[in-house]
Design a protein around this ligand. Structure first.
Ligand SMILES: Cc1cc2nc3c(=O)[nH]c(=O)nc-3n(C[C@H](O)[C@H](O)[C@H](O)COP(=O)(O)OP(=O)(O)OC[C@H]3O[C@@H](n4cnc5c(N)ncnc54)[C@H](O)[C@@H]3O)c2cc1C
Length: 427
């Protein structure tokens, strides 16, 4: 028998939702925990979906935790079930199977949906997005039949798919509207280096051009660019960003602004509802302004804080330095923090085409750092970003600087509380 009659419901069983469920137990919640997810599969990791699409399915369908963990931790999984509505006044979570769950608190961890451009032909078979395991299965099947593959959007997922498709032997073209793929998250220098990993392997990269339409009848066979040129395509993968799945929150009257607005404790404007993961617009002391952080690490850590707060751990806050990684052609790209306009870029001078460490600075402090195949160096400089310890540009650019010694200085430095918008903050 459970030690409490309380019932907490988590909508969305992915990085944020599963982390929250386990954190509820870690923090001693003794009531009922239900995770509801529209997908039928045991909750799985999304990052492998774009990195391991060849070979057997077990390479890209990786459970977040083994099935027995849910039983051991007394977490009920309600899979293949969609939440249709939240009714705060009656504290009900309305399901698509006709039932409604009574909940003492609800966590929205509904993530995001891949965007599609509004151009003719976008619904043709063979024009795919990649967000869930069904998308991955279809793409893996198509890659097995060869190319040509056109990737629309040179973001992380697009470039990872381009790399996997090229490694599988397909002709691959990436179409990107901006001057370079990844220019927004990495800036022109590092974006150029990552793009080079692709062009040297034979991926064609078309930049500064948009897509006018997808051609074909009954099946996509080409991508017409704004230049008029048509790129032949057996498969098109669109990776042009996501929109947060905040509809349930909006319909329940929760404040949303580019996502569900939360405070550091994942509380929304409705005291009954918390939110975590890709669906949230969150404050973070390491971000220039509240925003969405659409990365696995953030979703897990924010979800864990949400679970702790739901369990009554009033001191828990999500203030983690944003982190992401990406894998392309066997290289690992990692980044801590985020830079904004006006931040100065500094490259460590031992950078090559296949290895680099770069920093962004504001007022003599590091706001972000990115590395290709230099995980140790990046980890070493992390405390410098977290604390906002003052640094000298020449120390960062010189390959002779001992990064460990530099980082030691950060440990003696009192953490900087950067300006922070307060977020929603329910009572
Ligand atoms: C292909 C791919 C590769 C990625 N690679 C990386 C990477 O290398 N590094 C990195 O840092 N990040 C990566 N990401 C991003 C990372 O996976 C996301 O940030 C993370 O999955 C967000 O987790 P989440 O729990 O917030 O939401 P999601 O993972 O989007 O999960 C939301 C869940 O909610 C469910 N749901 C939504 N609405 C409802 C409803 N009404 N009722 C019931 N269930 C509902 C959905 O079925 C889904 O399972 C990748 C993402 C994708 C798609």
């Amino acid at each position: 028998m459970r030690g409490s009659t309380e019932h907490h419901v988590i909508v969305g069983g992915s990085a944020a939702g599963v982390a929250a469920a386990l954190a509820l137990r870690d923090h001693g919640f003794a009531g009922k925990v239900t995770v509801v997810d529209a997908g039928a599969e045991l909750p799985y990791e999304r990052p492998p979906l774009s990195k391991a699409l060849t070979g057997t399915e077990s390479r890209f369908v990786v459970p977040i935790v083994p099935a027995e963990v849910y039983a051991e931790r007394d977490v009920d999984l309600l899979l293949g079930t969609r939440v249709l509505a939240l009714e705060p006044a009656r504290r009900l979570v309305v399901l698509d199977d006709g039932r409604a769950l009574r909940a003492d608190r609800v966590l929205l961890a509904t993530g995001a949906t891949a965007l599609l451009p509004e151009v003719p032909g976008v619904r043709l078979p063979g024009v795919l997005t990649l967000r869930d395991v069904r998308d991955a299965r279809e793409l893996a099947g198509r890659l097995g039949r060869g190319g040509p593959v056109v990737v629309v959007g040179g973001g992380f997922i697009g470039l990872e798919v381009a790399a996997v498709a090229r490694e599988a032997g397909a002709e691959v073209t990436v179409v990107e509207q901006a001057p370079r793929p990844l220019e927004r998250p990495l800036g022109p220098d590092l974006a150029g280096r990552v793009t080079g990993l692709h062009t040297r392997r034979g991926v064609r990269v078309r930049t500064g051009v948009s897509v006018l339409e997808f051609t074909g009848s009954g099946q996509v066979d080409g991508v017409r660019l704004a230049t008029g040129e048509v790129l032949p395509a057996a498969t098109v993968v669109v990776g042009v960003g996501v929109r947060p799945d905040s509809g349930l929150a909006e319909r329940a009257g929760v404040v949303c602004d580019r996502g569900v607005v939360v405070d550091r404790q994942c509380r929304t404007s409705d005291p009954w509802i918390l939110a975590a993961g890709d669906v949230t617009c969150q404050p973070n002391p390491h971000l220039p302004a509240p925003g969405r952080v659409e990365h696995w690490d953030n979703a897990q850590k924010q979800g864990a804080v949400a679970g702790a707060v739901m369990a009554g751990a009033a001191d828990q806050e999500h203030t983690e330095l944003p982190y992401f990684y990406s894998e392309q052609f066997g290289h690992t790209l990692q980044m801590y923090g985020r830079f904004a306009d006006g931040h100065t870029f500094v490259l460590r001078e031992d950078a090559t085409d296949t290895s680099f460490l770069g920093f962004w600075l504001r007022d003599g402090r590091i706001t972000a750092a990115a590395a290709l195949d230099r995980p140790k160096d990046l980890r070493t400089v992390r405390p410098l970003i977290e604390t906002g310890a003052p640094v000298v540009t020449a120390d960062l650019s010189s390959p002779d600087t001992n990064l460990r010694a530099l980082a030691k200085s950060a440990k003696a430095f009192k953490p900087l509380e950067r300006s922070l918008a307060s977020g929603a903050g329910a009572a």
